[in-house]
Design a protein around this ligand. Structure first.
Ligand SMILES: Cc1cc2nc3c(=O)[nH]c(=O)nc-3n(C[C@H](O)[C@H](O)[C@H](O)COP(=O)(O)OP(=O)(O)OC[C@H]3O[C@@H](n4cnc5c(N)ncnc54)[C@H](O)[C@@H]3O)c2cc1C
Length: 475
């Protein structure tokens, strides 16, 4: 006889076990140890996550989901774990997202301090980057100002990609010891909503039937990798959304020696500028000294670039993202704008990402593979196809990026050298924000949203802190 699908009944359901979902679950169980917390995650346990690209030399498109982006600790497991903290004297958070706009600045500072202590408890490095030598940092800031750039200097705790994995494994064990039920390789397909209230979710285990889990509180924490799914669910159930900012850009790779001063003093220099003629906001993001450029695979097989650095294995290059913030409020679905850029770029590269020399872009020619093999900056992402980014990157964003590179050359001479490499596309899928109350409740009663997927956060620390915050808000 065929087994009937089970209906699970619990107090809280969390969809997605990225940093946001995981920290929400830990805090809920700390506050209510007697209650039942169910976490549903479509990827694998953290100890079973492995990216074959390091052995195969290229992305093999893991099925059903990319191991870099899915599984316990989400995009955090393979990220190099730069936890961005805050400057106590600032009354704004320049990086990481917008939790403070809902929770307030002081509460967010307290949440980040508490969350940082939790990371320390699980083994994060006690050393903070970007706090020593304020005199030298202020000299870099002055040079940046003359070049028309702002330098945002925020203390950073660096876990290291290989160490982040171990830290999250400890957190996974701890969460299970606390009594959380975690369903791995299980995907939430839909939400059960009636009369404006959440009642639970419909999920499907890897080889199982569709089943229901019921709860009066559901927390959505699906990350950027689930942002497109979430948008469709919002359309289906008329959950209110609002357009957000779009980040379109490239990953830039250049010799460590050009970035040495910034790397040594800040580890990650967060520079912001508004190059002419468009004056769009352009910024550096996720800088990885002696790091490696990587890929990540999204739904529909969209491949994007990213980067990380390892604690023990080093390259001779620094990589960082250069992102242009676009505000396309008139467009009903701005995420489609960036997805189309990615589709075109991937199609040009035969289902891959593109790499091009800066010098070639400047003289209007593509980069050929043999030119890349003679280039003085050796690409750390071996699988990227040499090609022509300008065929798919919109003119405006390309001009913004090239203008910004010239400005940065005044801060770090050599930043605009012809042999430096641009990889594309690097995009951030958080352009469709959910309308949220100050307690992060959506327009559906009992349905909450946290982390990157709903447009609230943009980094490990604030995503984790949003989990702690929501756990204190729900009944
Ligand atoms: C290579 C790389 C390097 C990075 N480096 C840094 C860094 O140094 N510092 C920093 O601050 N940030 C970094 N980031 C970004 C950081 O990882 C994210 O900001 C953070 O992980 C967001 O947390 P989250 O919980 O919101 O989402 P995620 O970490 O994306 O987790 C979401 C989880 O939800 C699951 N999921 C999605 N849909 C469903 C569904 N329908 N059913 C069940 N499960 C679902 C996914 O499998 C995933 O595990 C990096 C990201 C990458 C990819």
């Amino acid at each position: 006889m065929k087994e009937q699908p089970r209906t699970r009944v619990c107090d809280y359901i969390i969809v997605g076990a990225g940093p946001a979902g995981v920290f929400a679950a830990m805090e809920l169980l700390k506050l209510h140890p007697e209650r039942k917390v169910l976490v549903i995650e479509r990827g694998k346990r953290v100890e079973n996550r492995f990216c074959p690209a390091s052995k195969a030399g290229k992305c093999i498109g893991c099925k059903p989901y990319c191991n870099i982006m899915n599984g316990f600790s989400g995009a955090g497991a393979f990220s190099d774990g730069k936890l961005s903290l805050f400057n106590p004297e600032d009354d704004d958070f320049y990086v990481g997202g917008n939790l403070h706009k809902y929770a307030g600045v002081n509460v967010t500072k307290r949440l980040i301090t508490e969350t940082d202590k939790m990371y320390l408890k699980f083994g994060a490095d006690t050393k903070l980057q970007g706090v020593d030598n304020p005199g030298e940092i202020s000299k870099i800031r002055k040079t940046a100002e003359i070049a028309g750039l702002d330098l945002v200097n925020i203390p950073i705790r660096h876990l290291g990609t290989d160490r982040a994995h171990l830290i999250y494994q400890k957190i996974e064990n701890h969460l299970e010891e606390m009594g959380a039920e975690i369903l791995f390789e299980t995907e939430v397909k839909d939400l059960l909503i009636e009369d404006g209230k959440i009642h639970g979710v419909i999920y499907k285990e890897k080889k199982g039937e569709e089943s229901e889990a019921l709860a009066e509180t559901v927390i959505i924490a699906v990350g950027r990798v689930g942002a497109n799914w979430l948008l469709k669910i919002c359309e289906k159930h008329a959950i209110k959304t609002e357009p957000g900012i779009l980040d379109v850009g490239i990953r830039y790779e250049l010799p460590d020696k050009v970035m040495k001063r910034i790397n040594d003093l800040l580890y990650e220099g967060k520079f912001i500028g508004k190059p002419a003629p468009y004056n769009d906001k352009v910024r550096t993001f996720c800088q990885n000294p002696s790091g490696f450029v990587t890929t990540e695979v999204y739904d529909e097989g969209i491949i994007l670039v990213n980067g990380h650095s390892l604690k023990d294995t080093k390259s001779e290059n620094t990589n960082l993202a250069i992102l242009v913030s676009m505000n396309l409020k008139d467009m009903p679905n701005p995420m489609e704008y960036s997805r189309n850029i990615a589709r075109n770029m991937n199609a040009l590269a035969g289902g891959n990402v593109i790499v091009q020399r800066l010098g070639d872009i400047m003289i209007g020619k593509r980069t050929w593979p043999d030119e890349l093999s003679r280039n003085s900056v050796i690409p750390t992402l071996k699988s990227a196809s040499a090609g022509d980014l300008s065929l798919a990157m919109p003119y405006r964003e390309l001009m913004d990026i090239l203008g910004f590179i010239e400005m940065m050359d005044k801060v770090a001479p050599g930043f605009a050298n012809a042999d430096n490499l641009l990889y594309g596309p690097e995009l951030k899928f958080y352009s469709n924000k959910l309308e949220l109350s100050t307690s992060l409740e959506t327009s559906i009663h009992g349905l909450y949203a946290i982390g990157d997927g709903c447009g609230l956060t943009r980094g490990l620390m604030m995503a984790s802190a949003s989990g702690v915050y929501v756990a204190r808000q729900v009944k």
